[in-house]
Structures are given as structure tokens and as C-alpha cells.
Write a protein that binds this ligand. Structure first.
Ligand code: AMP
Length: 447
């Protein structure tokens, strides 16, 4: 759960990196950072907090140069700590290098133990740092070759941006777990996790960086390399379900359209006798629209969200998350009183959110609440960059449908089926990872 952004050869590189990260804020709210280059050296700033809190005009002014990469983070590997904030910057024998990573490496722990036994000293407990060590130890001549050498040794999910004094490199793992897009701002190449970052800065979409592709950006222009053996694609289906912004175009689709089709498919699979359909704000909106138009039930906004607080799930403390639901949402009592309602949300993880919301809705006087979820039950953690917690914390890993329904105080509960989910990416089913729903992991997690 991270967002990355890079820009090469532009007079306002760090200002654009700031804006790009601002548009990618939904991908991580814990820390933000930018590294820039003026061709002679790299400049670095990272801090805990939201993009708008971390950077000031003064700080951005000190991030000199015509190229920059940036990162927003929510921890999936490594603890919630400034030393784990990215981009990560190191000085090694061949100069300076900075790295921004979205994803999660599955063999990082093994590589790290090996490197440590050979004398490497790590500054953080991030999986990303192993890539830097592998690059620094590589005997290859160019930065690109050292990067390829390093990436050949790692497994798992990575969409990466590197910045050296003179070059920017973008890389996407051969299975393509996380998105990574190439664009241009006039003549300057830009790279971002999602196209919504381009829209804000007025950059043009060029194409998605392909799985297994490495782009070298320098004075000579952009060069594409495909140094890895071909692998079956495993793009993360959860990007479509919840994670990416609906206005983005990733994995060859507009996220909003896919989300709407998930809701329509859910309505076909799990209709309900009800007076209205209500989205759980904000993530449930597109799928609720799909559900309402397919079921011909009126769409109503039965809960109002306070937009001036952060996303509550994102706070690592259980205590804060519990409190969060109440400060975040409030039901429209006059609308709901005495009604049979369907609520649509994108997913149930621990089920604490659903439980609180349903309690709140029932207190507002609804007669029946039929909960519909536009993804299958999440039964396993993600080892590829989405922060789904330990298996024991995932309610669907240990409870059946009826037990969950009871726990969340729902009149009825239905999830989208795996088959239904696959129908929404018809013709490309094989190109996605469904491991958190099926337990069929593309790589084992080596610890
Ligand atoms: P929970 O109370 O854990 O069941 O939270 C479920 C809610 O969190 C859903 O409404 C989702 O919109 C949202 N959600 C699902 N997965 C994630 C995630 N990995 N990070 C943050 N929020 C999530």
C-alpha cells in the first residue's frame, strides 16, 4: 500500500512530485517523501504524516534540481517508523541512489539474513532496503545493469522508481502485481502508480509500464528493457475492488467502470427485497450504483461522511479505528426510519467497521439491513503489498457466512462470488491475483 511518482528533466520537478503524491495520497497516509537531483547530488526530505503536512514551500524549494521521485507509504513490511519512510537514499561506492517501492518482496528476509551474515548493515527494517544492498554489491558496470542484477534475485511484488544523480529508472515485476504508468508533461517523462496523478499536473497518459519491463530515463531519452523470463501475470484484483482511485486507469481499465460492474454482478447474484440501496461512503459508491441500477432499487445516500478526517482504517491503533467509525459517518435518520435497506461496501476485513455501521443504522430505526459486499470473503493475508492483516484477524478466515452476519448485526449478508468477480474481468481472468480470497499464492512467503 504505497504510491510512487517520478519526473525527469523538468524545471519544477519537486513541486510536481509534491502534487503527484497529493493525488496518490489514498495509497498511503503514514509517511511521505521526495528525493530530487540537480545532476550533481541528491536532496532528500521525508517525514511521517500526510503530503500536505509533510511539505512546505520552503522544504520544496530546498529539493533542488530537474528530476525527482516521491513516495507515500502505509506500512506493509517494516514498522510504522520514520526510518522506514521512503524514498530511501544511500551513498555507495558508485555515487548516490534513491529508491521508492510499491509492493512487497516475498524473499527479502532470506536475502537480508544472507547479506547481514556477509557484513551488510541495514538502516531500516524495510524489505526495500535489500534491493539497494544488492545494487551496491553488484559488480556490473552501469546503474541499469546493477539494477537488473539486483532485481533478478528478488521475488514478489515491486513497482519501483530509482533516482541517481543523472538517471531515473522505473521497474515493474514480471507478474505485474502493482500498477505503474508512464506519461509525459510536455517533454518531461513522468511515472506514477495511477493516472489520477497525471490528471492533476496536466500530464499526458502514454502507456502502462509492462510487467517485467525496466525503463531507463536519461539525457538520451527513454529506453525499454525486458531482462526477465516471461511469467504469468498476477495483477492485484484488490486494486480494482478497493485500493485504486475510481478515476484512475490501471491494468488496462477504468477503475470506476470495473467497480460498477462488481456491484451489478452482486445484484444478480444476491438480490434483496428492500426499499432502497445505500453506499457505505466513500469506497462503496461505484459498486452501489451498479447494484442499484441492476436491481432497479432507488439509490439513496443514507449516511453522510465527514470529509475532514483521515481514513480511519489507516490508523495502526485498534483503539483509534474503533472510534473512527463514529466520527466518520452519520446516518440520515429521517430517510432510514422504518425502511428495509441494502447497504453495499467493497470488502469486509476484520468486520469491525460493518458491525459499528450496522449498529448505528439500526439505532436510526431501520427495519432490515441487507449487507452486500462487492468482493469475496477475504480469508488470507496479502504478501504482495496490500495491508490485509494477519490471518487470525480476518473474520472470514475463521467464521462462516451466518456467523459473520450475526456478528455484524445484519438481516442478511452476501459476498460477491469468485466466479462473479472473474466475470467482471472476463477474458483476462488468468491475469489477476486472487490469493487473499482463494489462498492460491503465486509465491510462497519465505521467512
Ligand atoms: P473492517 O472493519 O476491517 O472490516 O474494514 C473494512 C473496510 O475497510 C471496508 O469498508 C474497506 O473499504 C476498507 N478496507 C478494506 N481493505 C483495506 C485495506 N487494506 N486498507 C484500508 N482499508 C481497507
Amino acid at each position: 500500500m504505497c504510491g510512487i511518482f517520478g519526473i525527469y528533466d523538468h524545471a519544477e520537478a519537486s513541486n510536481h512530485a509534491y502534487l503527484g503524491l497529493y493525488a496518490l495520497q489514498h495509497r498511503g497516509q503514514e509517511s511521505a517523501g521526495i528525493v530530487s537531483s540537480d545532476e550533481k547530488q541528491l536532496y532528500h526530505y521525508r517525514q511521517m504524516g500526510l503530503v500536505s503536512e509533510v511539505f512546505s514551500r520552503d522544504i520544496l524549494r530546498r529539493l533542488h534540481g530537474r528530476s525527482a521521485i516521491g513516495h507515500v507509504r502505509y506500512s506493509t513490511a517494516g514498522s510504522s517508523d520514520l526510518k522506514n519512510a521512503q524514498p530511501f537514499l544511500v551513498n555507495y561506492a558508485k555515487g548516490m541512489v534513491s529508491i521508492a517501492h510499491n509492493g512487497n518482496l516475498t524473499n527479502a528476509f532470506l536475502i537480508r539474513s544472507e547479506l547481514e551474515s556477509r557484513g551488510s548493515i541495514f538502516q531500516s527494517n524495510m524489505d526495500t532496503e535489500v534491493i539497494v544492498h544488492l545494487i551496491a554489491r553488484s559488480k556490473e558496470k552501469t546503474f541499469l545493469d546493477r539494477t537488473v542484477h539486483a532485481l533478478r534475485q528478488v521475488e514478489g511484488a515491486y513497482s519501483l522508481l530509482f533516482l541517481t544523480e543523472k538517471e531515473m529508472v522505473a521497474a515493474r515485476d514480471p507478474m505485474g502485481f502493482r500498477p505503474l504508468i508512464l506519461g509525459s508533461l510536455k517533454d518531461s517523462p513522468v511515472v506514477a502508480s495511477e493516472t489520477c496523478a497525471f490528471d492533476l499536473i496536466g500530464a499526458k497518459f502514454i502507456r502502462e509500464i509492462e510487467p517485467g519491463e525496466i525503463l531507463l530515463v536519461n539525457d538520451a531519452g527513454i529506453k525499454s528493457y525486458k531482462p526477465f523470463p516471461h511469467k504469468q501475470l498476477r495483477q492485484c484484483i484488490f486494486e480494482f475492488i478497493y485500493f485504486a482511485r475510481p478515476d484512475s486507469f490501471i491494468f488496462n481499465h477504468n477503475v470506476y467502470e470495473i467497480r460498477k460492474s462488481l456491484g451489478a454482478q452482486l445484484a444478480r447474484e444476491a438480490p434483496a427485497e428492500a426499499d432502497m440501496v445505500i453506499p457505505i461512503p466513500d469506497s462503496g459508491f461505484p459498486s452501489t450504483l451498479g447494484y442499484a441500477s441492476e436491481s432497479k432499487l432507488p439509490f439513496e445516500i443514507g449516511m453522510i461522511r465527514n470529509h475532514y478526517i483521515g481514513r480511519t482504517f489507516i490508523e495502526p491503533e485498534q483503539r483509534i479505528r474503533h472510534f473512527g467509525v463514529k466520527i466518520k459517518l452519520n446516518p440520515v435518520k429521517e430517510l432510514l426510519k422504518g425502511k428495509r435497506i441494502v447497504t453495499v461496501d467493497d470488502s469486509i476485513v476484520r468486520a469491525t467497521t460493518s458491525r459499528k455501521i450496522n449498529r448505528m443504522i439500526r439505532n436510526a430505526g431501520v427495519k432490515e439491513v441487507h449487507v452486500r459486499i462487492s468482493s469475496p470473503p477475504i480469508t488470507g493475508p496479502c504478501f504482495f503489498g496490500i495491508d490485509t492483516p494477519k490471518k487470525s484477524e480476518l473474520i472470514a478466515s475463521s467464521h462462516n457466512l451466518r456467523e459473520i452476519q450475526k456478528f455484524i448485526h445484519a438481516t442478511s449478508l452476501n459476498y460477491l462470488s469468485i466466479g462473479g468477480l472473474k466475470k467482471c474481468v472476463r477474458g483476462e481472468e488468468e491475469n489477476f491475483c486472487y490469493a487473499c480470497f482463494t489462498g492460491d499464492y503465486p509465491y510462497p512467503f519465505l521467512k
